[in-house]
Design a protein around this ligand. Sequence first.
Ligand code: BGC
Length: 464
Amino acid sequence: MGDNQLDSCEKQKKRTITIICFLGSIAGLLFGLDTGVMSGALQFVAVEFSLSAAMQERVMGSLMLGAACGAIFAGWLSYYIGRKYSLLVASVLFIIGSLFCALTPNVEILVSARVLLGIAIGVASYAAPLYLSEIAPEKVRGRMISLYQLLITVGLFTAFVSDTFLSYYGAWRWMLGIVIIPSVFLFLGVLVLPRSPRWLASKGRSNEAKQVLEKIRLTKQEAEIELYDIHESMKVRQTGWMLFQNNPHFRRSVALGVTLQIMQQFTGINVVLYYAPKIIGMAGFSSVAEQMWGAVGVSIVNVLATFIAIGVVDRWGRRPTLLLGFSVMACSLCLLGLMLSLNIGTVWACYFSVVMLLVFIAGFAMSAGPLIWVLCSEIQPLKGRDFGITISTATNWLANMVLATTFLSLLETFGSANTFWIYAVLNISFIILTWRFVPETKGISLERIEANLMEGRKLRDIGQ
Ligand code: BGC
C-alpha cells in the first residue's frame, strides 16, 4: 500500500471510531434530555391534571425509580445480550415511553410511562459508558467518561431550551414528545454499531471480536495485541457478590462508591435542576418566561463549568477539586437561603438569588458532577468492578429519587429558606467526609489502588 493509501485508510478508521463513539454518546444526551424535560413541563402538567405537591413529586420521582431498577437489570441484560443490543432495547423503551408521556390521558399513565423511560435511562447509563470504554482506543478512554458527562449536561440544556420555546404555547405534550427524535436517532445509530469486541471475546466469539478490532484499530498488529490483552484480562473472573460476602476490603470500596453517589445527589443538584423554574420564581421572578429563561441560564452554566472539571481533574486532583466544589455549593446555598428568608423583593435581591443558583451549579459541574463518576470507576478492584459499579449507579438513582420526591414536601413543611439551609449543611458535612475518606487517585494506576485497598490501607490512603 502506498503512503497516500495508508493515510486515507488511517483517516477513514479514525472517522469510523469517532462516529461510533458519538453514536454511543447519544445515550448520554438522552439521559440529560429525559431527566430535564419534566422540569419545564411540570407546572403545565400540574394544572392539566390538578396535581397536589405529593403527586407532582411522584411524576418527577417515577423516572428515577425506573432508572434505579434499569441500572440493576442492565448488568444482567448487557451480560446476556451484549452492550449493543442493550442500547437497542433502551432506545425502543425511550421511543415507547416518550410516546406514552406525550399522549397520556391521565396522570397514572404518565407515571407508568416515566417509569418505562427511567428503565431506559438506567440501562443506557450502564451500557453506554461500558460500550464506549470497550470500543474506544486506550489513549482516549479516560476522556470518554467526561465526554459522556458533558453530553448529559448538553441534554439538560437542550431540554430546557426546547421547554422554554414550547412554554409560550403551554405545549407540554410536545415538550415530552420531542424526545422521540433523538431516541429514533439512537435506535438507527445503534443498529449500525459494531458489537463490543470485549463482549464478543467473553462469549468465545474471538473471530468476530478480531474482525471488529481490525475495523476500528489502525493496524492489524494493534488489533491482535488488544485481543490478546482482552483474553488476558478475562482470566480475572468477575465474582462480585461472592467477593462482597467474603472480602471486607471489597465491602469498604463498595461502601465508598455508595457514599460518593449519595454525596453527589444530596448536594441538591437535581432539586435545583428539576425545579429550576420554580426556584427562580421563589427568588422573585414571577413571569413564566423569566423563570424558563433563568433555567436555560442554569443549564448553560452546567455545560460550561463541566469544561473546568475536564481541564483541572488531572492537574489539581480529585480531593482538592471536590473540597472546593462542596465549599462553593455550601456557601451559595447558605446565601440563597438567606435571600429567601429576608424576602427583600428588590430587583437587585432577585438577581443576587439567581446568581447564587448559578454559582451553585458551577460548583457542582466543576467537581462532584463528573468526579464522582470518575472516582466510582477507579476505586473498585477488577474482580468486583461490575458489581461495585452496578451498586453505586443504582444508588445514584435511588438517592436522586429520594430528593426529587421530597423537595416540594420539604418546601411546604420547612419553608424555602430552611430547605436550602438543610442542603447547605449537607454540603458542609460532605467537605468533612471528603477530607476523611476520599482518596486522591490522580496519576495512580488502578492496580496500585487495588493493591492498597486489599492490603487494608485506610480508604483515604488507597491512592498513595
Ligand atoms: C448526575 C445527575 C445530574 C447531572 C447534572 C450527573 O453527574 O449524576 O444526577 O443531573 O450530573 O449535570
